[in-house]
Design a protein around this ligand. Structure first.
Ligand SMILES: [Fe+2]
Length: 179
């Protein structure tokens, strides 16, 4: 696996999750036969996306202002800012990391693959079979699985009475061809 950056703040359990996300992305990259440089972008996004998940609010704020985002989503923008500060220049990798909890209509393959792998990695303990079925279908139907996974993730937010960020509904509208 690509090394987790020195500036990361991650507990051992998080390191394992990041490793499983990276492994799943590596498997999909092989099954989809994407080229090596694209596969490396997917790996960089995997190791960066939760690199500040265990950081406190002061450190997160030192990298990126929180704006009106809920606390639990703040680690994505902070990790993207930290990665940019430490030399990551790829806009697709940075937007994958920034919006990985939220969705983003402007994503290329990196953001879309990371959104899927973060949710479908085999360490998540609920809906194990459903997640495994989705993960297995990725090589032949990534777009279809992405729509189904987004429907489940966004539907759960709606069912819980939570507001959607603008980025999230723009992402959904793009997935269903309405944007
Ligand atoms: Fe994650």
């Amino acid at each position: 696996m690509t090394a987790i950056p020195a500036w990361a703040v991650v507990k051992p359990k998080r390191v394992k999750h990041i490793g499983r996300v990276a492994t799943l992305l590596d498997e999909w990259a092989g099954a989809l036969r994407i080229d090596q440089s694209q596969a490396e972008r997917w790996q960089r996004a995997a190791v960066l996306h939760d690199a500040l998940k265990d950081a406190g609010p002061e450190l997160l704020a030192s990298y990126a202002p929180q704006g009106d985002w809920p606390d639990k989503l703040w680690h994505g923008p902070a990790a993207a800012a930290a990665a940019a500060r430490h030399g990551e220049t790829d806009p697709g990798v940075l937007s994958a990391v920034r919006y990985h909890s939220v969705g983003f209509a402007g994503w290329d393959s990196v953001g879309r693959a990371l959104y899927l792998a973060d949710y479908l990695e085999p360490g998540r303990i609920d809906q194990v079979e459903r997640r495994a079925d989705w993960a297995d279908r990725i090589p032949e139907d990534l777009d279809g699985v992405l729509r189904e996974v987004a429907a489940q993730r966004i539907g759960a937010l709606i069912a819980a009475g939570q507001p959607l960020l603008q980025e999230t509904w723009e992402f959904w509208n793009q997935l269903v061809g309405a944007a």
